[in-house]
Design a protein around this ligand. Structure first.
Ligand code: FES
Length: 214
């Protein structure tokens, strides 16, 4: 396996040739906020816009999940322009996300809490008008609960169900603010062909999918 050497946040690291900066950083213990990236996925959605980094020689910040490592590359994950873009994306995301951590089963393990801490921002944003979706919660599965109001549309559950397990019960429906992860014909999970393996719950970064015993 060919490797390349690069510098991330002043640290010399090596990464597999062709690897994306995001994975090179995470593999070397350097955190970059991310929600929509999946290492094994054939397509990179680059949808969450949280993984901005600055690369020496590039005028604008780039998304770490799409940027391929180069020999001698110098990456700054804490540059002001990158952080500004990531904070804006995060605050926009949180403007349609209910914040009730005390009553959320994902409290303490939620990726949103981790990202807010990393970006030095709050979960409750004042910059954008709060617009909640108020969608019905699906408790029909014997194993887990799906609360679409807490979904960040990262697509991890869809990917694991379809690409990894070959089941394909979940998918995206609608566009824009109406966009949602749902079953075919929007039927309850229990009637969708779901096998209750719970793998989607494991990969969910928020409290959108939680085990009933949680
Ligand atoms: S992880 Fe890069 S845009 Fe979402």
């Amino acid at each position: 396996m060919k490797t390349v050497s690069l510098t991330i946040d002043g640290e010399k690291v090596t990464a597999r040739q062709g690897e994306k900066v995001l994975w090179a950083a995470l593999d070397n213990g350097i955190y970059i906020p991310n929600l929509c990236a999946l290492r094994d996925a054939s397509e990179i959605p680059a949808a969450c816009r949280l993984c901005f980094v600055e690369v020496e020689g590039k005028e604008q910040p780039v998304t770490a999940c799409t940027e391929t490592v180069e020999p001698g590359m110098v990456v700054n994950t804490r540059g002001p322009s990158a952080l500004r873009l990531a904070r804006t994306a995060f605050e926009l995301l949180m403007s349609s996300h209910p914040v009730d951590c005390a009553h959320c089963p994902a409290n303490g393990s939620c990726e949103l809490q981790k990202i807010a801490h990393h970006l030095g921002t709050k979960l409750k944003t004042r910059r954008f008008r709060k617009l909640l979706r108020e969608l019905p919660v699906d408790s029909s599965s014997p194993v887990f609960i799906y609360d679409p109001n807490k979904c960040v549309l990262c697509g991890r559950c869809i990917w694991i169900c379809r690409e990894r397990l070959g089941i394909g019960v979940l998918g995206f429906a609608h566009r824009g603010f109406e966009r949602v992860v749902t079953t075919f014909a929007d039927e309850p999970i229990a009637e969708s062909g779901c096998r209750d393996c719970g793998e989607c719950v494991v990969v969910c970064p928020t409290g959108a999918l939680t085990f009933k015993e949680q």
